[in-house]
Design a protein. Sequence first.
Length: 362
Amino acid sequence: MEISVVLPVHNCGKYLLPALQSIKYQSYPHFEVLMVNDHSSDGSEDVCADIASVDDRFKLLHSPHFGMAGALNFGISQASGVYIARMDGDDLCMPERFEKQIEFLKENPDISFLGTFADHINESGKTTGVFEYPEDDFEIKAQLDRGQNTFVHPSMMIRRKALVDLGGYREIFSICQDYDLWLRAQDRYSFANLPERLVAYRGFPDKRDLTNRFWKHFYITRLAEISVQQRRAGHRDPVDQMADEFDLEAVDERLVRERLMSARQDYYCNKKAFVDGKPLNSMDIEQIKAFLLNHKEKFNKKDLGQAFGLLFDQAMRIQDSESAEVLYKLQREISKSRHLKSLLTKPDKLVRYALRKRIEEA
């Protein structure tokens, strides 16, 4: 068998059958599909079982672990292919994807990690954008060194030997396992992207939504980056010392621990404000404001304006007028117009509007 498709399955039943069918009808037929059920509870397992019963290239496995990284590693351990193709249960492959990728890898034996461009589709399958990354090894690694991802994970085809030699995905990472893998691989293997949109990536909810996953992304990517920096410097990898992704007290190097503690505190503050909706103190507000300003290019204007607006309300709640004035000006710079009608729907909003106006006029 040349290609083993490793496809973790976790409660993606609504989209799973089209995803599997897009693999089934590939123009290159020499593959197996390892559908690794990651404790689904929505009927996804039945969809996998049905297709496995009529096409012996499809095999249903049950992950003994929890989480995507564990499911991926279990699938890799059961794979027989020379190449590991990635795919998720809510995405789609173009019919010629495998044919074009395996042809490229056979013609370029020095390349071990191969991605493709991709369409971005929404829940209804409508194309809402495209993912186009650098194509050659040098540019891909230069972008990684700038802290930017360079691959669409479900588009990847990877030489199995390279994945095994790297130890697979690190299960300590609850998200961004792929980014950590690229960082660990870049000093040992060569990369490429095919400049064709051979995958439709259904990335939802939108990464700009201010969810717990969104805020955790900033911390986890920082952890992965500091990890590779330490290895390159010949120092002990902090991740190897940790029991979980937040276990920073176990890191033996003080300076590394302090850098990670700061990133972890950013995560906790943002989660407290934007996910849990808990009251903030002045120190929380200042830390979140600094974080938003340092990363403002990662947000769309609407979300950034809403974030500064929420911090303004929190500053007014604790009568921190100095912070409130700064935050209101930041919010106004991003979102030029406030909808007076919505502010007047409730008396407390009217009071807030009057406070805002007083600060603005001062």
